[in-house]
Design a protein around this ligand. Structure first.
Ligand code: PSV
Ligand code: MN
Length: 429
């Protein structure tokens, strides 16, 4: 393996932090043991946890209005993989990359898989893109894609999704994530029922091309780019479509794709109850699909989502194996730093959810003791689990202080001397 940062740099940085970490870890261990929790057992669960990073998250996303690139940003999938390898080398919880096509298209996917493996990375869900037109494309998606009224356009979208599956097979993926931007901006623009019929009929053809051990993850989104209606607008449409398509179709929850204030943790519980919880796109939002860093606005909601996921782990329904992924747009930070910070926030919420005294919670729920049920969650939420994560990371070869070690490596400055500048213009790629 050929990891991008020097192991010595990480080891030296860790040596400076180790004594304080041991002290904090031991102190937390004593505190947890008073309530019968073995800190090493929690650390082992944390060490097993992982979340994929999106290839498109390695660059500055920009908004509809502008993009402000930084020097040293990756300009192609090879450079994106390098940056993802830096993230995983430091935090050790992001060993897989989720690619997006055609953005990440190369001529030799076998070689790309080997290149990733050499960087300590594998591939996660492949994402199709039928929400933009590409140069030379025969049919525009301006009428939608899988739900377009135009047969040739639907066919093109079906073929693109099938091509993504074929690419994914070469990369070692086993999930196809399908998000369509299909929808309308005006009342009456499309027949709301018939557009769903067309989507279902086309999606069934993609589903039919799935290998036996593959899943199709349906990602819903209530608005943008369509602002009046979207075809797969909410978890209801998503689960109905997944049920109609078959057992390999599951729902993917992107935290930013709901109506404001909706109870996402309840959606998670519902989807799990019906065996349809397939995956997540973690991010945070204040107003809509803001794609802000995970846990930066509402870490408590993230904790409550993980609380449901730990409940789900304890009561698995058929095929419970959600694909965890980050999906963010970094507009004002170094994307590597944002993903390091998000991976930490996500793993912290998982660790806190593991600390919930389930017997106390379930007992209080059964006895209708509202305050004690709430306190069972609150007690876990307020524990600072950072030493558990840092220790698990250091033991796996990662950095105790991920951002400190990253800055010390001067990775971005070094890359700014090697990589060509990315163009201006808006949008994620
Ligand atoms: C759509 O907003 C989305 O969340 C989907 O996951 C896309 O594939 C991704 O963002 C990247 O644009
Ligand atoms: Mn998403």
């Amino acid at each position: 393996m050929n990891l991008p940062l020097s192991d010595e740099l990480i080891a030296e940085a860790n040596a400076r932090e180790l004594a304080a970490l041991e002290d904090d870890y031991d102190s937390l261990g004593r505190k947890l043991s008073r309530t019968g929790i073995d800190i090493d057992a929690i650390k082992a669960r944390v060490a097993d946890f992982s979340v994929a990073v999106p290839s498109w998250g390695a660059g500055r996303g920009g908004t509809r209005f502008a993009k402000f690139p930084i020097a040293g940003e990756p300009t192609n999938i090879h450079e994106k993989l390098e940056d993802c390898a830096v993230i995983n080398q430091l935090c050790r919880v992001t060993p897989r990359v989720s690619p997006h096509f055609p953005w990440d298209k190369v001529s030799d996917f076998k070689a790309l898989r080997e290149e990733a493996a050499d960087l300590g990375l594998g591939f996660d869900a492949v994402n199709s893109n039928t929400f933009q037109d590409q140069p030379g494309q025969a049919h525009s998606y301006n009428t939608g894609s899988l739900s377009s009224t135009l047969e040739a356009t639907r066919q093109q979208a079906i073929e693109h999704n099938i091509e993504c599956i074929e690419i994914g097979q070469q990369l070692g993926s086993r999930d196809l994530t399908v998000w369509v931007g299909d929808g309308t901006n005006f009342p009456g623009q499309q027949d709301l029922a018939r557009s769903l019929d067309r989507y279902l009929e086309a999606a069934a053809q993609v589903y039919a091309a799935l290998p036996d051990d593959w899943r199709m993850l349906l990602e819903h989104k209530m608005f943008e780019p369509a602002f009046y209606s979207t075809v797969i607008s909410d978890w209801g449409s998503s689960i109905l479509a997944a049920q109609e398509l078959g057992p390999k179709a599951k729902c993917l929850v992107d935290l930013g794709h709901h109506a404001p204030n909706v109870n996402i943790e309840q959606i998670v519980a519902r989807l799990h109850r019906f065996g349809k919880l397939g995956g997540f796109h973690f991010n945070d939002s204040k107003y809509g699909d803001d794609d802000l860093d995970s846990g930066s606005i509402n870490p408590h909601q993230l904790f409550l989502v993980f609380n449901e996921l730990v409940e789900a782990e304890l009561n698995p329904r058929e095929g419970f194996d959600p694909a965890y992924m980050i999906d963010q747009s970094h507009n004002v930070t170094d994307p590597i730093e944002s993903m390091l910070s998000s991976a930490e926030a996500i793993t912290q919420c998982y660790a806190k959810a593991l600390l919930v005294d389930r017997a106390a919670l379930h007992g209080a729920q059964q006895a209708n003791d509202t305050m004690m049920a709430f306190q069972a969650l609150r007690r876990a939420y307020t524990i600072d689990v950072a030493p558990i994560l840092a220790k698990a990371r250091a033991e796996a070869g990662g950095a105790i202080d991920v951002l400190g070690a990253y800055r010390e490596s001067r990775w971005r400055t070094r890359k700014s001397q090697e990589r060509k500048a990315v163009g201006l213009g808006a949008g994620i790629v």
